[in-house]
Every structure is written in structure tokens, then in C-alpha cells.
Design a protein around this ligand. Structure first.
Ligand SMILES: [Zn+2]
Length: 386
């Protein structure tokens, strides 16, 4: 018996995004060589940049996809030298080249399977988030607490790692205020897994001196909605820290309440940057109470992190604030001022680390995980002075 697979000509493409973190609008997918798409705006907001969709029915067929409104993105510089991420199994993500011309982002691809997923960066889904916190809670070192509810009624998950001894240092790490920056939660996965590894002498040593307080995803609703920067109400959390509200930004409100209840000696707020192809920190030089101690801690933190991971660098980054000119609505600056402690924003690239580029996957989930792991040794080297 011989069965021949018959190639069906003119098979129509099916493009979908009705899944966790999905984002795309189809204008016209009749012709695989000229597929016209649009990035959907964030919920109740004009921001747009995150996309994540499935193309089905184009196996072995050359396709050209146009994101026609890429020029209206929050950070159009993000498209220069950018490569999209694609996957057949949503586990292994690789780069596909793009061209950005006259406000349109174009990608050419010939899928090897019936369905291919295309995203702005390797997604970190809500199911993966639940796996992260549910796996963590099974360690005797970790407790999972709900500190409030999002505006769409989901629990805001908070992890305590350590023995809770109040005389130890109190270290906070929060991530993904901006939901499209999924590398931030990959970072948290690496950090949490290393902290809970009881065979890791660095983690054991750090936990002998400190407790860690972690919010792995500050913006659950926005993540599920497929937003770049805001929650379901259209609020950018990283401009809410001066006056958070239960109504519009409960994640920030309850995080800040918890920080006041527990106290803080260190905070890292984890993000991704659309434009700069480097890992970097943004500091608190511009807060009113910045002093010699915070200055020295900031430099030591950078020196230690560079030595723990060559992905960290301080040549490229945002311009430093002038003294007293920091925007205290921003999380790390507001926290640094209120708790008078070392408080920094970490930025990872959507593109590459140009210092150590990877042509196949670009900056990736795996690199973000390893950077998260490297925070443990970095902080161990400065914890006594925090
Ligand atoms: Zn951000």
C-alpha cells in the first residue's frame, strides 16, 4: 500500500492570537507573499510593541509578513537591528531577521512545520508563572503569599525565601511591571531556582545573611492581555509609585504596603529595554537623599555584577539623573528614597548583548535565567554592607 502525500496548492494561511499573551490584528492574509498585519494597542492605552501570534498552513512555503503599524510603536528605535523570535514548540525560540522600512517591520520566513509561533521575545505565560510559584512553594525555604488582587481579580503572588529572621538583611526583587518585558520573569526563574538550591553554597551563604522577598510578575493581567507596558486599566505601573491606588494600580499599592511592613535593605526592579543592545543598570543618583554611602554601594554592586557575569556592563545605558532631578514616580527611585537603600533598575535587551552576541537566538530566555542566577553571587559579595 503506497500513500502519497498530496501537496495542496493555494492553502490559506490561518493567523491567530487568541491565547495567553497573544497580540496581532490581521488586515489581509490572502496572499502568503504579502501578509498585512497590525500590532494591537495595549488595553486602554496607545502603547504598542509586543506581538505574539501563530501562523498556520505555510509549511515549506515562502511567506512575507508586514507589521504595518510598527512605526507607531512605543519605541521605534527598537526595530533597528532587531530580529523577531519564532518557535515551533514554544520552548525553543530562534531569531528571524526583519527589515524596518518606512514604519513597516517586514519578516521573510519559510516555516518547516504546519504551525509557527512568532513573538517580540520568548513569552513567559501565566501557566509558566503558576509553575514558578507552585514549584517554589514546595521548598521548605519558601512561602507563597497573595498580597492582593489585580484589577481583573487575579492573585498578586509574593514569595518569601529564607527563615524570616528579622535581624537578617531584607532583599527585594520585583519584575515585569511592564508585561511585555518577559525576559524579566525568565530572570526571576533563574534567581528563584538558584536561591532554592540547597546544594549551592552561594545561595546557602546568602540565605544565612538575608531573607529575599520576590514579586516574580508585577503585572499579571497585562501579561495575559498581551500588553507591552500597561495593566487592564491602561496604567503604566512604573509611574505609579508616588501615589499608587487600589483602584488602578493595586499591584504597586500592595507591594509598597508589604515593603513598609517588612522593611528593605536592597531592591532590584527587573525590566527589558527595547532599543539598547546591552544589559545595564539605571540607578538613583538623582534622588534627594543620595549620599556617599549609596554612591559607594552603587559602584560596588556594578563591579561585583560585572565580575559575576560578563553580560553586565556600564559603558552603555541611560543618561544619569542630575542631583535632585530623579522622577520619584519610578519604582526604583521612589523605593531608594523612601527606604534609603541601594535600589536599582535592571534592563536586559530585546535585541542582543552586542558585547557577546548570539546569532541564532539573540538575547534569550536562557541568558536571562543565567543573569538571574548571577545576582545571587553578586549580592552575597555586598550583603554585609547593605
Ligand atoms: Zn520596563
Amino acid at each position: 500500500m503506497f500513500v502519497e502525500k498530496i501537496k495542496i496548492d493555494n492553502m490559506k494561511l490561518s493567523i491567530s492570537s487568541t491565547f495567553d499573551a497573544g497580540n496581532i490584528e490581521v488586515i489581509n492574509a490572502e496572499n502568503p507573499k504579502n501578509v498585512q498585519l497590525k500590532i494591537r494597542k495595549d488595553t486602554n492605552s496607545d502603547f504598542l510593541q509586543w506581538f505574539y501570534f501563530r501562523v498556520q498552513g505555510a509549511k515549506d512555503q515562502a511567506c512575507t509578513l508586514h507589521l504595518t503599524n510598527a512605526g507607531e510603536a512605543a519605541y521605534p528605535d527598537g526595530w533597528e537591528n532587531y530580529q523577531a523570535r519564532a518557535s515551533y514548540d514554544r520552548v525553543n525560540w530562534f531569531q528571524i531577521p526583519t527589515k524596518y522600512v518606512n514604519g513597516v517591520l517586514t519578516m521573510d520566513l519559510t516555516p518547516e512545520c504546519d504551525a509557527i509561533y512568532i513573538a517580540y521575545f520568548a513569552p513567559f505565560s501565566y501557566e509558566q508563572h503558576l509553575d514558578l510559584v507552585n514549584n517554589a512553594q514546595q521548598s521548605p525555604l519558601c512561602e507563597l503569599e497573595t498580597i492582593g488582587q489585580t484589577t481583573q481579580g487575579r492573585p498578586i503572588d509574593f514569595l518569601r525565601i529564607g527563615d524570616g529572621d528579622p535581624s537578617k538583611k531584607k532583599l527585594w526583587v520585583i519584575a515585569r511591571q511592564h508585561p511585555g518585558e518577559s525576559m524579566a520573569e525568565w530572570f526571576m526563574l533563574g534567581l528563584v531556582d538558584r536561591l532554592l538550591d540547597e546544594e549551592d553554597a552561594t545561595s546557602v551563604s546568602l540565605l544565612s545573611k538575608a531573607n529575599l522577598y520576590l514579586i516574580p510578575n508585577m503585572n499579571i493581567d497585562g501579561s495575559i492581555l498581551g500588553n507591552l507596558r500597561v495593566n487592564a486599566k491602561g496604567i503604566n505601573f512604573n509611574r505609579e509609585w508616588a501615589e499608587p491606588s487600589i483602584e488602578n494600580s493595586p499591584e504597586v499599592y500592595y507591594a509598597k504596603e508589604k515593603m513598609r511592613e517588612i522593611g528593605m535593605d536592597f531592591c532590584l526592579d527587573v525590566h527589558g529595554d527595547e532599543a539598547l543592545p546591552y544589559v545595564f543598570l539605571s540607578g538613583i543618583e538623582g534622588i534627594p537623599s543620595f549620599d556617599e554611602k549609596l554612591s559607594q554601594l552603587s559602584s560596588r554592586f556594578m563591579t561585583e555584577w560585572k565580575s559575576a557575569s560578563p553580560d553586565m556592563q556600564d559603558v552603555h545605558g541611560y543618561p544619569k539623573n542630575e542631583p535632585g532631578k530623579a522622577n520619584l514616580m519610578i519604582g526604583s527611585k521612589n523605593i531608594g528614597e523612601e527606604f534609603h537603600c541601594l535600589s536599582q533598575t535592571l534592563e536586559m535587551p530585546f535585541k542582543q548583548n552586542d558585547n557577546i552576541p548570539d546569532g541564532i537566538v539573540g538575547w534569550s530566555a536562557e541568558r536571562s535565567i543565567k543573569l538571574g542566577e548571577s545576582l545571587v553571587s553578586t549580592v552575597l559579595n555586598i550583603v554585609d554592607d547593605l
